[in-house]
Write a protein that binds this ligand. Structure first.
Ligand code: AMP
Length: 618
């Protein structure tokens, strides 16, 4: 199917600093230039007395209109104002951000047409997306509806949802939200369809985010094995390190503190970004800003070595994420065929060198355009989804991974994982859960995502109840629970009682659900940080489960004996009373510590085991 008669679907890389739009036409990807002829467009909006500027026009007036020029909206999207990362960013922005009331949404405050106005990050993103839409319509000569938009792999669901909302508000039919490294992999994979199986690492270091993903490509099937990264690591952070360095120099040499002078700060930031770019090609550069503040003409030199020193910990952090990605995929770095660089910040020589060293000197692939690869992949995906792709791409299949583990809450506060972290989807997994008390006629399934053993440390996604379970002793009835994730990342959780056929389910969209959650990345970091605490909880849960089993096994043993002999043995009555008390004790002490379960177990064993032994020898 050629798809020429239908309006083409486009792919948009909505970047922190730059955005890029592409389309699949005439059997290849075309990058759509903006009205200035540029292939990437600054993700920037400037509000003036009479007009609103987006893209290059906005960046051009940023220095003269700093408090009303908004950039970095992606760093705010789907986040709360009180988020420490937002608070850190605030200090370096020349525009004002306030808390938007009860939901703590960050709101950008600007003056537009002589009136103070507040905009959310979604609204700003929507203005950028509208610009991309207009560019595509002008280039393609027809109205455009369908689009695939990319987000960083570690964007949380609320951030994905906010991005999708921004797309819808711009008049798009958002076909799918896909993650940036996967889109880059699609772009990379186009020429590698027939090269047998290849293990590929995509290293995507952009303006605001860092994503690393490990994937395999076999005959047009791209499978993501694992992903890692940081939603707050990229070129902007490197710029900020340089800004802080010069702020100190200004204080020292000129006795001037411009840290809260928005216009001067914005000009310094722009100059630092330019200097950083220069340092990718030169060993030294000069930062020159005429009349920076109060008559000071600022001029200073900076070397590549100094820039590297200022950012070394951040560069090393990137390599740490690469290491983690291999650990998660249980793969060895020597099995990698290609290391692909994506994102403007991969032009930094030190980043390339550290990465090359990590791979024992292996050549890095620089043959896909770092600024355009993500939009290319999104355009290919858009063509596939609308059936507009040619044979070359229509058979390309993409399997993504679920970053966090998914599971249900069992007992009290315990996470039972059904779909492990970094599982490729589409996927279907199942698990069985048994009744936890006698005559239980319904079971409540609460679905969570997260890496922590306690559900109270994870994120609740929803719940459903399965009723109508026939009365029976504890553990005699079971419910099969199925976790089904489709190609869109839509999770359907269902439960079934096999013998009665009773069923219930919930659908959770990883794209459409707004959940009060922090970034997935932070969640993984928490899990790493709380390793020893989590190990303690796991141990506690294991002892609790084992004590539970012991009490009920003793009871079943005694019940079986009684029904066999039909006569209560001497002492049975006492033990039965004690079992009843022990069951009650368990109910009241489910949150107890491991040593409490341990000593209870000892107490019960010393009371019951001699009796059980005697009974079995009779
Ligand atoms: P992206 O989000 O992929 O568009 O990347 C944008 C980031 O790449 C910005 O922070 C740019 O400053 C940075 N960047 C672009 N070119 C270079 C370069 N030559 N050297 C260092 N950083 C660069």
């Amino acid at each position: 199917m050629s798809g020429e008669s239908q309006a083409p679907a486009i792919g948009i890389d909505l970047g922190t600093t730059y955005s890029c739009v592409a389309v699949w036409r005439r059997d290849r990807v075309e990058i759509i230039p903006n009205d200035q002829g540029n292939r990437i467009t600054p993700s920037c909006v400037s509000f003036k007395e009479t007009e609103r500027l987006v893209g290059d026009a906005a960046i051009n007036v940023a220095a003269s209109n700093p408090v009303n020029t908004v950039f970095d909206a992606k760093r705010l999207i789907g986040k709360r104002f009180s988020d420490p990362l937002v608070q850190t960013d605030l200090m370096l922005w020349s525009f004002k951000v306030v808390s938007g009331g009860h939901d703590d949404k960050p709101m950008i405050v600007i003056t537009y047409m002589d009136e103070e106005k507040q905009f959310s990050a979604e609204e700003i993103s929507s203005m950028i997306l509208t610009k991309m839409k207009e560019m595509a319509e002008a280039y393609l000569g027809c109205p455009i509806k369908d689009a695939v938009i990319t987000v960083p792999a570690y964007f949380s669901d609320s951030q994905r949802r906010a991005t999708k909302e921004a797309g819808t508000n711009s008049g798009f039919n958002v076909l799918r939200i896909i993650v940036e490294p996967t889109a880059a992999a699609v772009a990379y994979g186009l020429d590698k369809m027939s090269s047998g199986e290849r293990n590929v690492l995509i290293f995507d270091l952009g303006g605001g985010t860092f994503d690393v993903s490990l994937l395999t490509m076999t005959d047009g099937v791209i499978k993501v094995k694992s992903i890692a990264g940081d939603t707050h690591l990229g070129g902007e952070d490197f710029d900020n390190r340089m800004v802080n360095y010069f702020l100190e120099e200004l204080k020292r040499k000129h006795k001037k503190d411009i840290s809260n002078k928005s216009r001067a700060l914005r000009r310094l930031k722009t100059a630092c970004e330019r200097a950083k770019r220069n340092l990718s090609f030169m060993a030294h550069t000069t930062v020159e800003i005429d009349a920076l503040y109060n008559g000071v003409d600022f001029e200073s030199k900076i070397s590549r070595a100094k820039f590297e020193e200022l950012n070394m910990d951040l560069f090393e952090k990137c390599i740490g994420h690469v290491e983690k990605c291999f650990k998660d995929a249980e793969m060895d770095k020597t099995s990698i065929h290609d290391v692909v660089l994506v994102g403007g910040s991969t032009r930094i020589p030190k980043v390339q060198q550290l990465l090359q060293d990590f791979f024992n000197g292996k050549e890095l692939c620089k043959n896909i355009h770092p600024d355009e690869a993500v939009a290319c992949g999104a355009a290919v995906q858009a063509a596939i989804l609308t059936g507009q792709g040619s044979d070359k791409i229509q058979n390309l299949i993409l399997y993504d991974v679920t970053p966090p583990s998914l599971g249900v809450g069992v007992a009290v506060d315990e996470m039972s994982v059904v779909v492990g972290r970094n599982t490729t989807f589409p996927t279907k997994k199942e698990a069985s859960y048994f009744t936890s008390c006698d005559d239980q006629t319904s079971m409540l399934f609460k679905v969570y995502e997260g890496e922590r053993p306690r559900v109270s440390d994870n994120i609740s996604l929803g719940e459903f109840r399965l009723s109508g379970i026939p009365r029976a002793p504890r553990g005699a009835q079971s419910i099969h629970v199925y976790f089904d994730i489709d190609a869109n990342g839509i999770l359907n959780v269902s439960g079934e009682h096999k013998t009665t056929g009773k069923k219930n389910s919930i659908t959770i969209s990883t794209v459409d659900t707004m959940r009060p959650k922090d970034e997935i990345h932070k969640m993984l970091e928490d899990a790493e940080r709380c390793k020893s605490e989590d190990a303690r909880h796991k141990h506690r849960f294991a002892l609790r489960r084992s004590l539970d089993n012991y009490i009920y096994a003793t009871r079943d043993n005694i019940l079986a004996k009684r029904s066999a002999s039909n006569v209560a043995a001497a002492g049975t009555k006492r033990i039965r009373g004690e079992i009843k008390n022990a069951i009650q004790w368990m109910k009241e002490n489910r949150l107890a510590e491991a040593d409490v379960f341990e000593s209870k177990r000892k107490e019960l064993e010393s009371n019951w085991n001699p009796f059980i032994k005697k009974e079995s020898s009779n």
